[in-house]
Design a protein around this ligand. Structure first.
Ligand code: UDP
Length: 318
């Protein structure tokens, strides 16, 4: 009998979602090879894994040639700046990791005969004209707007992955991930949820963009990780939405976070809405429900309360 541990390469391993995936696959008895260039990732997220002997780490930018020695059974490409603030600051790196990085890793998957998964995104739907968004919707993306660097890199990533699937027979998976949150998000990440938590814990005014009527649907990290594991183990190669369909306005989110943190003195201020900011976003997860028998288990209230504990510890009060 072959007792060799399955070996999995996770790019973006030191990031928010990547590090939780490393934990999960180690827990599931895999040998994890982590890779990250640490431009937005943080080694603190994976520090506890180094002594285990079932984890190795390479600081590397996957938009350059990627070499990994030995066998690889799975490759999960989760590296990319993911906050609008980050990809506005690093537009070229964002385009390169989604395009060149994906090409390099598909080449590696072909050489290793590995199953290949990409972290795609609800941003492929842009500012959607269809609500909620099913996988069949083609989206409404401005290619040259400020979000275009992320959205188009991810759309290219999907095309490239499908092309390798069709031409080279690579076993591929495309996870379209909607807004996800939980412990290990950065306090200075710039996205609404970690920003609001940081502000609420520090007793500062919460900065809502626009009138706060735009909506998002937030999925707790543990639920997302479970969805990713189930999709990886399935054989379905077309995109699958993974997210929580519980839709909420950004103003409601701000108020909920103030309540969860328990800092009722905190106020809300309103600021201009960034260009091309999607007005509504909610996943249609019928496909994931049917194919993977998956749906989120944590309500927004439960997830926010778990996340609040993390931010209270993480944030140093002025
Ligand atoms: N947003 C906000 N205040 C902030 C940061 C973001 O009101 O400090 C808004 C942003 O304009 C958007 C929503 O919150 O409408 C979610 O933004 P986020 O950056 O979290 O991610 P997105 O879902 O837009 O990629």
């Amino acid at each position: 009998m072959n007792n060799r541990k399955k070996r999995i390469l996770i790019t973006g391993a030191a990031g928010f979602i990547g590090s939780h995936l490393c934990d999960r696959f180690i827990q599931d008895n895999y040998h994890v090879v982590g890779m990250d260039n640490l431009i937005t990732g943080d080694l603190q997220n994976i520090e506890h894994l180094f002594p285990l002997g079932t984890f190795e780490f390479y600081k590397h930018d996957v938009s350059k040639f990627v070499h990994v020695s030995g066998k690889l059974d799975y490759i999960l490409h989760f590296a990319s700046p993911a906050s609008p603030v980050d990809y506005l600051e690093m537009p070229i790196q964002t385009l390169k990791v989604g395009s060149l990085g994906t090409h390099n890793l598909l080449g590696l998957a072909k050489a290793k005969k590995a199953v290949f998964m990409i972290a795609s995104t609800s941003e492929v739907y842009g500012d959607p004209l269809v609500h909620p968004q099913p996988e069949e919707y083609w989206g409404n993306v401005n290619p040259i707007g400020p979000r275009g660097v992320y959205d188009e890199a991810k759309r290219f990533q999907e095309s490239m992955t499908m092309a390798y699937h069709q031409v080279h027979g690579i076993d591929t998976r495309i996870a379209r991930i909607f807004n996800t949150y939980g412990p290990r998000m950065r306090t200075k990440d710039g996205r609404a949820l970690p920003t609001f938590f940081t502000q609420a814990v520090q007793g500062r005014t919460l900065t809502v963009y626009g009138d706060g009527s735009q909506t998002r649907s937030f999925c707790f990290i543990d639920d997302l990780v479970e969805g990713i594991v189930r999709l990886l183990k399935h054989t379905y190669s077309a995109p699958v939405n993974l997210g929580n369909p519980e839709e909420i306005t950004i103003l409601q989110l701000a108020n909920k976070i103030i309540q969860t943190v328990g800092n009722s003195n905190v106020k809300i201020s309103f600021h201009p809405l960034p260009e091309d900011d999607p007005k509504r976003r909610k996943p249609d997860i019928s496909k994931a429900r049917k194919l993977l028998n998956w749906q989120p288990n944590n309500s927004l209230n439960e997830g926010l309360s778990l996340t609040s504990k993390y931010f209270k510890k993480k944030v140093t009060t002025y």
